[in-house]
Design a protein around this ligand. Structure first.
Ligand SMILES: [Zn+2]
Length: 342
């Protein structure tokens, strides 16, 4: 079982924040415990104090199903306006455990341990998210790195799921089903859940859907942009038929892996694909950009595009031509003069 050093654990946290599309500012060094960071995107920022340790098996004398962290601090510091996280990391399978700091706010004995059961960790690997009632109203949450920011944003309400056992069961049931490609959440799925916790269940379910789509699309395209082949962990999963359209789906065949430049160019209708998977450039848009003197880089831009997009090896993952033609129609491509690349 690989055990990460302090710095590697903190790097894992930073990398996970970035994977969620957020950025990190450091208030401490990467090798510090706790790690003080501020995470932010364009709209929000959250200041954090993070305690993390490797999750390890409890050993022969313990329950076979039990994993735990051993806390090597006297107490968890809690500061106003700062969220304190207590995390475990199981490197073998790439999953975090999150514990409720409010339940461990006193003086900790030397090397005291906090547990989570293995089944919860396993379910998180499969579904992205899972919660476990530890009794005493403490809920431990397990999640994959792409859920770290959602865990942080919903920290208190997720751990509060333990206030009613039926909320937790309903939550787990929705999450189990949310990974199915055709799942759509409706009110019946969450009516069992008490009012204050319905929104966190909705948020997490939505995130499970998005993350499932992103993972499937990036895997199908080997994390490279369909238009230019760039990887560099900069690639997004874009919908061909946009989410805003009622006929949009989260099927892999409604997705394209795109780098930020080509994602923006696709959304701005500068480029698209046709039903033969050829790259099309919008000549009307090019002419407009020339006319207003905003066409710097156009030749380099066109030079980076493949004449045909990169296609996933599995036929079922390739863009469904029906989605391609409908999306082009709804996006207004019938009105534009286009050119292909040679
Ligand atoms: Zn690209």
């Amino acid at each position: 079982m690989p055990i990460l050093k302090r710095r590697q654990l903190n790097e894992k946290i930073v990398e996970s924040v970035q994977m969620c599309g957020w950025n990190v500012l450091f208030g401490s060094r990467l090798s510090d415990l706790p790690l003080d960071i501020r995470i932010h995107n364009d709209d929000e920022s959250i200041t954090l104090k993070i305690y993390s340790w490797n999750l390890s098996h409890g050993g022969a004398t313990r329950n076979a199903d039990e994993y735990r962290i051993q806390t090597k601090v006297d107490r968890f510091e809690q500061v106003a306006e700062v969220k304190t996280l207590v995390l475990g990391w199981w490197d073998d399978v790439g999953v975090f455990a999150g514990f409720d700091v409010r339940k461990h706010s006193g003086v900790l004995g030397y090397s005291s341990s906090i547990q989570i059961n293995q089944n919860t960790l396993r379910r998180a690997v499969i579904n992205g998210f899972s919660a476990h009632d530890k009794g005493n109203e403490e809920i431990a949450v397990a999640f994959t790195p792409d859920f770290l920011v959602d865990y942080i944003k919903n920290l208190e309400s997720l751990h509060d799921l333990g206030e009613a056992a039926r909320d937790l069961i309903a939550f787990e049931n929705v999450i189990e089903r949310a990974v199915e490609e055709d799942f759509v959440i409706n009110d019946a799925d969450i009516e069992e859940i008490s009012e204050p916790r319905q929104s966190v269940v909705k948020t997490v379910t939505q995130k499970v859907r998005q993350t499932g789509f992103k993972r499937r699309v990036l895997t199908a395209y080997s994390s490279q942009c369909a238009f230019c082949g760039i990887q560099l962990k900069l690639v997004d999963a874009a919908h061909i038929v946009p989410v805003a359209h009622e006929e949009s789906t989260d099927h892999t065949s409604n997705g394209l892996a795109l780098c930020p430049l080509h994602h923006r160019a696709f959304d701005h209708k500068l480029i698209t694909i046709n039903e033969e998977y050829e790259t099309l450039i919008n000549l009307d848009r090019v002419n407009y950009l020339r006319a207003i003197g905003h066409d710097n880089g156009m030749d380099e831009f066109a030079g980076r595009l493949r004449p045909m997009i990169y296609l996933p090896p599995d036929h079922r993952d390739r863009p469904n031509v029906r989605y391609v033609s409908q999306a082009n129609e709804w996006r207004g491509w019938r009105e534009y003069k286009v050119t292909k690349l040679r």
